[in-house]
Design a protein around this ligand. Structure first.
Ligand code: SF4
Length: 412
């Protein structure tokens, strides 16, 4: 039986050296990890080997975390990126009824809201003035939404701030837009692209397994529909993120199968910009209250999912993002040591995780990101949505960064 790791042992894994942990690993697991460290490609792992990594405990788990950190350094360098952006959740009215969601409201509840196009444009203007390069727009799905409302949101924001990147509409919203307009999916996505849609969030994935999806949300789009929206978006030149929600009713086998499916899509389209593991925030959700989910992820699960993503997605999706709103400050930093290389967005206002009970806050300023990253001995850099532009942000006072940080920044 693998020995159980204490929280302090888990938290101190960043100081572990591969040469120290490797001799303590189960031989088969060690050889799987060494293979990926050698080839830097998660495609070299069989399904069985991937399951073994996903089930690792004790020293084997420490080995997975250490290997993920090495792979991160090789594939993504010492830079931790973030983006200055604003979340605009334009309505909380929704008929879908996902049991893990504490954000949505029925149309007759007292605290519903629906932002007008002008209000959204105004929020985008404010965000631009504060240095944001992206707005992330998603919302609930109200019945009787005007047929072309998603297109009209894009027009309103682009008219107000033509250079703002619009990262908007989950695959669930896209399916709803197709239903409202009766347009073929590819035509609908192309119309959104031509009206200013830059990229699509790969949310609404949760766990891409229809049995689990049925527990989480019986009315949500199916796995096949999610994959179809994503593949079609990529073919239309719209890149997307990819996500996985963990810590509820799923098993580690679901993590593995989802990561392998994402690899498969990426090898066909190359359209994913990053992978974002989303820890389930259980407190205020029906899913938890009805006894259908565990109490969110453990510390070991948070670290394992980020590390597993780095290893299984190596050579395919090389940006792994931490969702800081769902983690606390220390946990975000630990996940960045366990394979992740991106801090996500400043957000300016974040409603969805907060309603579910997350306490990490609604806004992290660029300066806060910079000091959190420097504190870890890494290099902060602001990026654009697609990671094609990176701007290193080091403190003016050189005494605040180590010699290694200033040297690497010059060559980054
Ligand atoms: S997750 Fe989205 S689709 Fe599901 S209930 Fe919440 S707002 Fe509606």
């Amino acid at each position: 039986m693998p020995r159980e790791l204490s929280p302090s042992e888990l938290e101190s894994f960043p100081s572990l050296d591969w040469s120290e942990i490797a001799p303590r690993l189960t031989p088969a697991l060690r050889s799987s990890l060494e293979k990926v460290l050698e080839t830097q490609n998660g495609a070299d792992l069989s399904l069985e080997e991937s399951y073994t990594l996903a089930n690792s405990e004790g020293d084997d788990l420490l080995g997975l975390l250490a290997a993920a950190n090495i792979l991160r350094a090789e594939l993504a360098g010492n830079i931790v990126t973030y983006i200055v952006n604003r979340n605009i959740n334009f309505t909380n009215i929704c008929f879908v009824g996902c049991k893990f969601c504490a954000f949505s409201r029925g149309p007759r509840e007292s605290d519903t809201y629906f932002l007008t196009l002008d209000q959204m444009a105004q929020k985008a203007v404010e965000a631009w003035q504060l240095g944001a390069t992206e707005v992330c727009i998603q919302g609930g799905l109200p019945r009787d939404l005007p047929k072309f409302h998603y297109r009209d949101i894009l027009r309103a924001v682009k008219n107000a701030v033509p250079r703002m990147h619009i990262h908007a509409f989950s695959p669930m919203e896209i399916v709803y837009g197709v239903e409202l307009t009766g347009m073929p999916l590819a035509d609908y996505l192309s119309m959104l692209r031509d009206n200013g849609l830059g990229t699509l969030p790969g949310t609404a994935a949760e766990i891409l397994d229809d049995e689990i999806r049925h527990i989480l949300s019986a009315n949500k789009l199916s796995t096949a529909q999610w994959v179809e929206v994503i593949r079609t978006a990529h073919r239309c030149g719209i890149r997307t993120t990819s996500t996985l929600m963990y810590g509820h009713a799923e098993t580690s086998a679901h993590w593995v199968r989802q990561m392998r499916l994402l690899r498969e899509i990426q090898s066909e389209t190359g359209g994913f910009t990053e992978f974002v593991p989303l820890g389930f925030v259980h407190q205020n959700t029906l899913l938890f209250q009805q006894g259908l989910a565990r109490t969110g992820p453990t510390l070991a699960e948070h670290l394992k999912v980020h590390a597993l993503a780095r290893v299984l997605l190596a050579g395919s999706i090389n940006n792994i993002q931490v969702s800081w709103v769902k983690l606390n400050r220390r946990l975000s930093q630990l996940c960045l040591h366990a394979g992740a290389n991106d801090y996500g967005g400043t957000l300016m206002e974040e409603n969805i995780s907060r309603e579910a009970g997350a306490t990490a806050g609604q806004y992290t300023s660029p300066e806060d990101f910079q000091s959190l990253i420097l504190e870890m001995g890494r290099i902060p850099a602001e990026r654009n949505t697609t990671y094609s532009r990176i701007n290193i942000k080091l403190p003016l006072n050189e005494a605040e960064c180590t010699a290694e940080q200033s040297l690497e920044a010059e060559f980054a």
